[in-house]
Design a protein around this ligand. Structure first.
Ligand SMILES: Cc1ncc(COP(=O)(O)O)c(C=O)c1O
Length: 328
């Protein structure tokens, strides 16, 4: 387990990593480690999987959703400052689909307002922002190793990485029942350790992460080129990032028809994500009904994910592109 933690920390350019039971656990323990508590607010995005916001709520804090940038689909830093209140404790960007959020702008805001910056890096293994790996930029960063992720275990697993040993020691203690010695516990923690078998599997897979990442990036380049003449919008890649294409997400005004067309040809398209978090029944019950996030709401109606994994062949990529042409 410690071997994998060391190797993973090095792979993401961080001083240390702490293996935990899932990406969700990573987020919850990171939030607790920086002291997020009931009544606090954490600024984040609504265009993501619910596991980004759920741990904020489970800490008794309130997710404050701000709108996204229409080209990267990541949290729009220009809107963050207006969302800050005296109760704001942290900003939690998601490196969505494998593209890093605008970390320089977010760091600047976080520093100016004395806020923690926690990366949801569940989709961003080996992604880079201005030459720095996601996982080493925020105060803490949270990874998922769910089987479908760019680095996936054979079951649930996750990690928290960073450069602040005090915060990481706190995550280490919280994941293991607040333990100080074998049967001494100085606070209540959780049973959220990484499974040793999953850590061993991840340790065997980690040396392949670079070649798998390059394969994903090459496939994205093929899709970009072959889809250039269609009226779908291909992913924008910021010039200062290494996008790792956990998902290859295009946009189409005829998204639902396109999805049907892909399915009819045996192609597994997906929608990430069809319902913004502020429109989820679970959050509507908590009073988010009046919140309007126009870009998030529009994007949720237009996005469609094409197949993306390292083993895709050129023939398969062309087959998918042909189906997109036929539908448009
Ligand atoms: C953006 C994001 N955050 C958090 C998570 C939660 O990770 P896990 O499923 O390992 O709990 C996921 C993945 O499912 C995710 O995609």
């Amino acid at each position: 387990m410690a071997d994998f933690e060391r190797a993973f920390a090095s792979a993401v350019g961080a001083q240390s990593a702490v293996g935990v039971a899932s990406g969700t656990a990573a987020l919850q323990l990171a939030l607790l480690a920086v002291g997020v508590s009931p009544g606090d607010e954490v600024i984040t995005t609504a265009h993501t999987f619910i596991a980004t916001a759920e741990p904020i709520s489970q800490c008794g804090a309130k997710p404050v959703f701000v709108d996204i940038d229409p080209s990267t689909y990541n949290i729009d830093p220009n809107l963050v400052e207006d969302a800050i209140s005296p109760r704001t404790k942290a900003i939690m960007p998601v490196h969505l689909y494998g593209q890093p959020a605008d970390m320089s702008a977010l760091r600047e805001i976080a520093t100016r307002h004395g806020l923690w910056l926690i990366e949801d890096a569940a989709q961003a293994h080996a992604a880079e922002y201005e030459g720095k790996r996601c996982g080493s930029i925020g105060d803490l960063a949270c990874f998922s190793f769910y089987p479908g992720k760019n680095l996936g275990a054979y079951g649930d697993a996750g990690a928290v990485s960073g450069n602040d040993e005090t915060l990481l020691a706190r995550v280490r203690k919280l994941r293991d029942h607040g333990r100080t010695t074998k049967y001494e516990h100085d606070e209540l923690g959780f049973g959220e350790r990484i499974d040793a078998l999953q850590a061993a599997i991840l340790g065997a897979k980690l040396p392949h992460l670079e070649s798998w990442t390059e394969a994903r990036r090459a496939h994205a380049g093929v899709y970009d080129a072959l889809l250039a003449d269609t009226d779908v919008i291909t992913p924008f890649q910021s010039p200062n990032v290494r996008h790792v294409y956990h998902l290859y997400v295009i946009r189409s005004r005829a998204r639902d028809a396109l999805l049907v067309q892909l399915k009819s040809k045996g192609i597994g398209g997906g929608i990430h994500y069809p319902i913004p978090l502020h429109r989820q029944p679970a959050y509507l019950k908590q009073g988010y009904g009046d919140l309007s996030l126009p870009v998030t709401e529009q994007i949720a109606n237009e996005v469609i994910s094409l197949p993306m994994y390292p083993e895709l062949t050129r023939d398969q990529l062309e087959y998918v592109v042909e189906a997109v042409y036929e539908a448009s």
